[in-house]
Design a protein around this ligand. Structure first.
Ligand SMILES: COc1ccc([C@@H]2N[C@@H](C)[C@@H](O)[C@H]2O)cc1
Length: 449
């Protein structure tokens, strides 16, 4: 393998308490908020077909007009504790807030730019009260930060000339200053979620990014940073030139999910997901499919079954209100989570063969296996194929203690249980308690073929 000065500094998963806590969250909330919520995907009577937070890049939005929107930013309905309570009700264990998106507008009072909340009619820090409100609800806070910054004069996507390089040095210093400022102002932050790091200019900054990550971790020991921050010595990101994961977890699953455990390379990972097909910031005209709570619960369960976290995005509007569709989903997901959280929190992958009825999650504390059933077969029979000779102790409905399932062994390490005739009104969790010591060698001999 290549000798890398700025590649992965650790092989395998982080095993410290802060990362264990991260690994056991299961469900998170993303919040995308900024001046892009003011146009909300519309301008001059035309609707932007892209993601609302990218409207500045649309030819239908004059840059000058966009860059003056901050003068209208005055979210009179912004209510951090209401947002935190809603997230609590949904069952989120952590929240990621956009401190600065690609447009460079800062939701905190930054010493290093005037393009921030203090120069808006609202005039106050947005981030601080949100951090306090979420901390008060026991929901860990992570800060989203876009390296790419369309507002900073020193930003470059490519370093072609000497002028580019000297301008970019000022941009790098600005970026470092802002990040250290954020960690200074919000020391309860548990981690950073970086974005906007794909440009060529940034891919040349292996040493700078490595040193900055070290410096940030000195300020907040144990700080959790994903794979989308640093480039390695050769400009490779997420995985270094030896194929090793850079950062504490893989940050590659944006609006998509891994299909199999192999797809995860056995790493920690998060999936960040929009409710419509592709809107992070508030768009007043959601086109196409808006995901239902069952679709989102299935994505959540699938994520946990493959050792990942599922982070659902919310986009407050210009006034700071949460739109009706998002409120409804937070409530519906919360209702399911209130009854089934033991199949999500502190749970992860078990290598039992995946079945069509749904997903397994294993509780890392109790060892119990949860069958999360989404699809009831026509014969109401659920097949369970375990990985090794185990002795099943008890199989029961998590939400109906009177419902015990009696497994019938149909071949080696393979059982079936019979569901009742009732319709599956919502994803059902069935708990399997089993003795982890090797069971006696019962079961059929494999046929010699
Ligand atoms: C070039 O493709 C994209 C797509 C989405 C993004 C941003 N990442 C998401 C988490 C949102 O912040 C979106 O604006 C950046 C680049």
């Amino acid at each position: 393998s290549l000798a890398l000065a700025h590649g992965a500094h650790r092989l395998g998963k982080r095993t410290d308490p802060m990362m264990e806590r991260w690994r056991n969250y299961g469900l998170g909330q993303f919040i995308h908020w900024g001046v892009y919520a003011i146009p909300g995907g519309q301008w001059n009577g035309a609707s932007y077909g892209g993601a609302a937070e990218w409207i500045r890049s649309w030819k239908g939005m004059p840059k000058e007009a966009y860059d003056n929107l901050y003068k209208e930013f005055d979210p009179e309905n912004y209510d951090p504790s209401a947002l935190a309570k809603q997230a609590k009700e949904m069952g989120a264990k952590y929240m990621i807030i956009t401190t600065k998106h690609h447009d460079g507008f800062c939701l905190w009072p930054s010493e290093y730019t005037d393009y921030d909340v203090t120069n808006t009619p609202y005039g106050k820090d947005i981030i601080g009260p949100l951090v306090e409100a979420y901390d008060a609800e026991g929901i860990d806070v992570y800060l989203y930060f876009s390296v790419m910054d369309w507002n900073h004069p020193g930003y470059r996507s490519v370093l072609a000339t000497e002028e580019d390089r000297s301008a970019y040095e000022s941009f790098k210093e600005f970026t470092r200053n802002q990040l250290l400022e954020l960690l200074e102002r919000y020391p309860t932050t548990k981690g950073l979620w970086f974005d906007g790091t794909w440009d060529e200019a940034w891919k040349e900054q292996a040493e700078f990014a490595d040193n900055l990550a070290t410096e940030m971790r000195k300020k907040i020991p144990g700080l959790i940073i994903g794979s989308r921050f640093r480039p390695d010595d050769y400009g490779n990101r997420h995985f270094d030139s030896n194929g090793d994961l850079m950062g504490d977890y893989e940050q590659g699953w944006e609006r998509k999910l891994p299909e199999t455990y192999e797809d995860t390379n056995g790493n920690d990972w998060d999936c960040v997901m929009t409710i419509p097909e592709n809107q992070w910031g508030y768009h007043s005209d959601w086109r196409g499919h808006v995901k239902t709570s069952y679709e989102l619960i299935e994505m959540l369960v699938k994520s946990v079954s493959l050792d990942g976290n599922f982070v659902l995005n919310f986009g407050p509007d210009a006034k700071g209100d949460i739109r009706m569709e998002e409120k409804k989903l937070a409530t519906e997901i919360g209702q399911w989570m209130s009854k089934n959280k033991s199949a999500i929190y502190n749970c992860g992958h078990i290598d039992w063969e995946k079945q069509d009825w749904g997903y397994y999650t294993q509780n890392r504390v109790t060892g119990e296996v949860n069958m999360v059933v989404f699809n009831k077969p026509i014969n109401s029979v659920l097949r369970i194929k375990t990985s090794s000779k185990i002795s099943l102790q008890k199989i029961y409905d998590l939400n109906d203690a009177t419902k015990i399932y009696d497994p019938e062994e149909i071949s080696q390490d393979e059982y079936i249980i019979q569901l009742g005739d009732e319709e599956l009104a919502e994803p059902k969790v069935i708990v399997i308690k089993y003795d982890h010591s090797k069971g006696e060698t019962k079961g059929y001999e494999k046929a010699k073929t």
